[in-house]
Design a protein around this ligand. Structure first.
Ligand SMILES: [Mn+2]
Length: 319
């Protein structure tokens, strides 16, 4: 017997905690496939992406499309971004999707801004400043430079992994005030800002696979499961769909010992003592909006350019 971890709050808490400015890190179902190439006014990238995306809303939010928002763009070397609207705003009569969708729409429109210049932290700053909706959201942005360097800025608990030859070579770490209360860009002054973003850069190689997701993905799928999927299929859209489907299956499985339940137990959440004596423990996936973006890294050549498509912005998915 197990208890679903979903008995814990499955909504991000609103956090009205003061922002602080840590030292910047000095290292810096819908499926789409997009082949990225550099914009016409930019030198050709040495590397480019083939990107697949998939979003599955929370089971109770299918009719609204959920509160995750994302976009991918061919501008510059390629841009990937996800925002996860903090659902606790619903308790205040605010639609939590408005902030995340407007944030991503603004970011999409600002990609070519001169001051942004492939700096995702600057993009978050400008997009946040331009967002007027009430609410808050976690957000992650990755921008590819022409030299193959992927610049990443992350506020909260969305995530990005890079896999090379079947091995995890890079991962972001969630930022949170306390369990289930991530850092978040907010309409309120007490929220976090671009200053709080974890910022880093990674040199990509041909054959690398980027997996970006909202917490609803990474809370329900282990890294070794990601490797199993991406090593089996070669199509980014297929990868994204299969990964999202896997997360969705786990999210409603009360017996699955998910990354979320492992984390919950490590924070002291568990079944009552009398049930622990019986050998039971807190398990289960976490129902949530699930967004996955998969990027396959290729060396750029003419064949990819032929398939280049217009900027895509999936800010308000239809179901
Ligand atoms: Mn979420």
């Amino acid at each position: 017997m197990t208890s679903p971890v979903s008995r814990l709050s499955i909504s991000h808490f609103l956090c009205f905690l003061p922002s602080f400015n840590p030292k910047p890190l000095k290292l810096t179902s819908i499926s789409h496939r997009r082949q990225f190439s550099p914009s016409l006014c930019q030198p050709r990238s040495e590397l480019s992406f083939t990107v697949g995306t998939h979003l599955i809303p929370h089971p109770a939010k299918v009719h609204t499309g959920g509160e995750d928002a994302f976009f991918v763009s061919i501008s510059k070397g390629g841009v990937l971004a996800i925002a996860d609207g903090v659902s606790g705003w619903a308790e205040r009569g605010v639609n939590p999707a408005l902030f995340s969708r407007e944030l991503m729409a603004n970011a999409s429109n600002l990609v070519m801004n001169e001051e942004v210049n492939c700096n995702p932290q600057m993009l978050l700053m400008k997009a946040h400043a331009a967002t007027s909706s009430t609410g808050s959201a976690t957000a992650i942005v990755a921008m590819l430079e022409k030299n193959g360097v992927l610049n990443i800025a992350n506020v909260g608990d969305c995530g990005l992994r890079i896999f090379r030859k079947g091995l995890l070579i890079f991962t972001t770490s969630p930022q949170e005030h306390y369990f289930n209360c991530p850092y978040q860009l907010s309409s309120e002054k007490a929220g976090q800002t671009y200053h709080d973003a974890m910022v880093c850069s990674v040199k990509l190689l041909e054959g690398d696979t980027i997996v970006m997701g909202s917490d609803g993905f990474f809370d329900n799928v282990f890294d070794h499961e990601i490797v199993a999927v991406i090593s089996q299929f070669k199509d980014a859209a297929d990868d994204a769909k299969r990964l999202a489907d896997l997360a969705n299956t786990h999210s409603t499985d009360v017996n699955f010992d998910s990354p979320y339940s492992l984390e919950a137990r490590s924070r002291g959440f568990d079944v009552p003592l009398w049930r622990k004596v019986l050998g039971q423990k807190l398990t289960g996936g976490k129902p949530d909006d699930i967004t996955v973006i998969v990027g396959h890294v290729h060396e750029l050549h003419t064949g990819y350019l032929e398939e280049s498509e217009a900027v895509t912005a999936d800010l308000s998915p239809l179901f």
